[in-house]
Write a protein that binds this ligand. Structure first.
Ligand code: T1G
Length: 703
């Protein structure tokens, strides 16, 4: 964007004149967040342009890669500095001269609210516009809940505000949110647009005074309730979505200024809530988790223009879909035609089902299917920039595959393994190029789950690691860099929780008690229902390989009860149903096993069940930090939220531990160790130290 800056209102807001058009430029990299100097600079610049008789119109634009992407989240929780955003927006809205927001990149949150204060909006073709505050446990706090419904109607506004998902420019244009889509030089086009308004003496009411688009739902509040209920279906445990609904309802039946006051008050209330603090923690933790400590800032990721996946099973198929959906051609390699056909058919079925549900067009589904090729020999990897091995979780098999890959893959290919437990270094050693080997641990179903554990081997080259992280983002994943140990971060902590869950069954709980405690806490599913979904035989094979026994789970497997796939596991499943039903036979087995093992069963309360499941995990998390398998506590939080269903509004296990207080966690762990005799439950050195110092994991700077 060519901006010859006439002068600076301050370091973050510049202004210049293009004839009689005043051009105000926000310049606060990387995303032009509305820190207080930006707000102050905008108020000053707009006031000056308003009062300057030589100015006939005002264009608001931004330098860098995006329009304003919202309030400065790092300022939240600190005393607000004037002017507050809604004050700036009201001042802009009151200006009679045409005001035009020129939008590129992402106009989000306070950024879109700012644009709604202008009389007109023009957008670059690739722009996105949204109010994602709900994803931070908040709601729009500067008029978005009142102005957006007035401009595009309450139904569309409700969808945007409760989901927090942005609208692409074209859809925004069709909704009336944007007045013109621009190709080429946005600033020049916006200035031309402003000039045309002046020349044609076109005026428009401020958004606050618009009402025609509210008429339908004002006349039919029951319809609004219906729409709201549909939107809130997915709000499980979250407070912000309901607050967003209430606020949009005010646009129908509360005068604008009164509604603005209420919006502000509710926004401030949410800002102070534990849920929003947790979700803001996750926002920043997610961005940190992809940053591998010690990686040179200038390391460049290799470009991945093609991929190959070894194995067309559940994981291989899902992984291939990630690349095809991101526009990267991918070859899936299997050992038999039958297995290949089955894998490719499942992929095609998944895409067609999504298209049938309206998740994409049939043409788009065909395009994605078309990007996936099949092959029956490993030679087919020869042109791939990235090869991902997704074969059976067995070390010898993986080592054989990598030895062969070493012969066929091109010299600068990145060789990744999707192992979920095994030693990436041992796999890399079978090649002449261990520097090219990295772990890319996807989560099932791989085309849905957001998490990607990027496993850094002892010899993994910096640019290979950077490439795995970069391509992970490109295929829509949340990458978290971890070190090599058995089960890496997520599965290692899951194993500890599993041991405790089994122990609780022997001591007095039933599967539905344990699962109920976790679903009550906010997890979508408890350990036993999750085991039944994944198949109990999976864990059984892992335990056998480790020479470990889980009394109840192993007996169920010996009885052929593998979970949903056999209609019986820890629960009963009626034909065609995924709803777990408690099973007396399992209850009897548990009680008999306790008696056989001489364990005296006793009632265990929900709170204790929760502590017994979560505190040992947190303790293992502390060991993982001590061993530098994870660099930051936030990485562990991101892994559990995007890979294991930890409720985002509780911030993740390490964030949650800080809220509970590490002294409490420490003391309970000591009690559990004494009660069970299991010394691995004794507080990890890091946890014990922080608790003794009255500190939390949050006080640990990035290592
Ligand atoms: N405030 C402060 N820092 C921000 C920020 C923000 N709003 N947005 C991004 N950053 C930092 C981020 O931490 C990272 O830092 C760098 O910018 C690049 O971000 C009143 C109350 C815009 C789509 O929720 O969704 O307005 O890691 O890595 O992938 O109603 O950032 O480099 O040190 O994500 O290209 C509403 C949040 C705020 C949008 C760009 N707005 N941002 O994605 O880059 S609440 C949002 C994003 C609000 C009003 C309310 C994305 C992005 P670092 P990045 P990206």
């Amino acid at each position: 964007m060519n901006i010859d800056v006439e002068d600076g209102v301050n370091d973050f807001v510049k202004q210049r004149r293009d004839g009689s058009v005043a051009v105000i430029v926000v310049d606060n990299p990387p995303v032009n967040a509305l820190r207080h100097e930006v707000r102050a600079g905008l108020l000053e610049a707009f006031s000056a342009a308003r009062d300057d008789a030589a100015v006939s119109a005002i264009v608001l634009t931004c330098a860098g890669r995006t329009f304003v992407a919202g309030a400065d989240i790092t300022e939240f929780g600190k005393p607000p500095k004037p002017p507050i955003l809604s004050e700036v927006i009201s001042a802009i809205e009151a200006i009679e001269k045409p005001t035009v927001a020129a939008i590129h990149g992402t106009a989000l949150g306070g950024g879109l609210e700012l644009a709604l204060g202008c009389r007109y909006r023009v957008a670059a073709a690739g722009a996105k516009l949204g109010l994602p505050e709900v994803k931070l446990g908040l709601m729009p706090g500067a008029g978005g809940t009142q102005r957006l419904p007035r401009l595009i109607g309450a139904e569309k506004a409700l969808g945007m505000i409760v989901s927090g998902d942005p609208l692409p420019a074209q859809a925004a244009f069709e909704a009336g949110l944007v007045d013109e889509i621009v190709e080429g030089d946005l600033s020049a086009a916006a200035i031309a647009f402003a000039r045309k308004l002046v020349a044609e003496k076109r005026t428009r009411a401020p958004v606050r005074d618009m009402s025609e688009k509210l008429a339908d739902l004002r006349a039919n509040p029951a319809k609004f309730d219906e729409l709201a209920a549909a939107q809130l279906k997915r709000a499980r445990g979250l407070a912000a979505p309901a607050a967003c609904v209430e606020a949009v309802r005010w646009s129908l039946d509360v005068p604008f200024d009164e509604a603005l006051k209420r919006e502000r008050a509710k926004f401030v209330e949410l800002l102070g809530s534990d849920q929003s603090k947790a979700q803001r923690h996750v926002f920043f933790a997610e961005r940190e988790a992809a940053k591998a400590p010690g990686l040179p800032k200038d390391v460049k990721a290799r470009e991945i223009k093609s991929a190959a996946v070894i194995g067309a099973g559940t994981m291989g198929g899902g992984i291939a879909m990630c690349f095809a959906s991101a526009g990267i051609p991918v070859t899936v390699i299997e050992t038999s035609q039958e297995a290949l056909d089955r894998g490719l058919a499942t992929i095609a079925k998944n895409y067609r089902n999504t298209a049938a549900r309206g998740g994409m067009t049939a043409e788009e589904a065909d395009r994605r299917i078309g990007r996936i090729a099949g092959a029956l020999t490993l030679e087919a990897v020869k042109d791939a920039d990235l090869v991902i091995e997704a074969v059976f979780e067995e070390m010898d098999l993986k080592r054989r595959v990598f030895a062969d890959l070493d012969r066929f893959a091109k010299p600068d290919a990145v060789l990744a393994t999707n192992t979920s437990y095994l030693d990436v270094n041992a796999i890399a050693q079978t090649t002449q190029r261990p520097g090219s080997v990295v772990g890319m641990h996807f989560f099932s179903p791989a085309n849905v789950m957001k998490l990607l554990e990027v496993v850094r081997g002892a010899k993994t080259a910096p640019d290979v690691l950077a490439t795995a992280v970069d391509v992970g983002r490109k295929i829509g994943k949340v990458p978290a860099v971890v070190g090599v140990c058995h089960g890496f971060v997520g599965n290692r902590m899951l194993r500890v929780r599993g041991i405790e869950a089994e122990r609780l069954l022997l001591e007095g709980a039933l599967p539905q008690d344990v699962d109920g405690a976790l679903t009550g806490f906010g997890f979508p599913m408890g350990p036993f229902a999750m085991g039944d979904l994944a198949g109990l035989d999976v864990g059984w094979r892992v335990r056998k390989a480790e020479g470990r026994r889980a009394e109840i789970a192993d007996q169920l497997c010996e009885m052929g009860r593998f979970g949903q796939k056999t209609g019986k596991g820890f629960y009963l499943y009626e034909a065609g149903s995924r709803t777990p039903k408690p099973d007396e036979e399992v209850e009897r087995l548990i009680v008999e096993t306790s008696a056989r093992l001489g364990v005296k069963r006793h009632p265990i309360g929900k709170e204790e069940i929760l502590e017994r499941l979560l505190y040992p995990m947190i303790n293992e998390g502390a060991r993982i930090l001590d061993e530098k398998i994870a660099a930051r506590p936030g990485d562990i939080d991101v892994i559990w939220i995007y890979g294991y269903g930890w409720p985002v509004w509780r911030g993740g296990p390490m964030f949650y531990a800080d809220q509970v207080g590490l002294a409490q966690v420490r003391d309970r762990l000591v009690q559990f160790a004494e009660k069970t005799g299991d010394q691995t439950l004794m507080p990890a050195p890091l946890l014990a130290r922080l608790a003794a110092e009255g500190r939390g994991f949050g006080s640990l700077a990035a290592k």
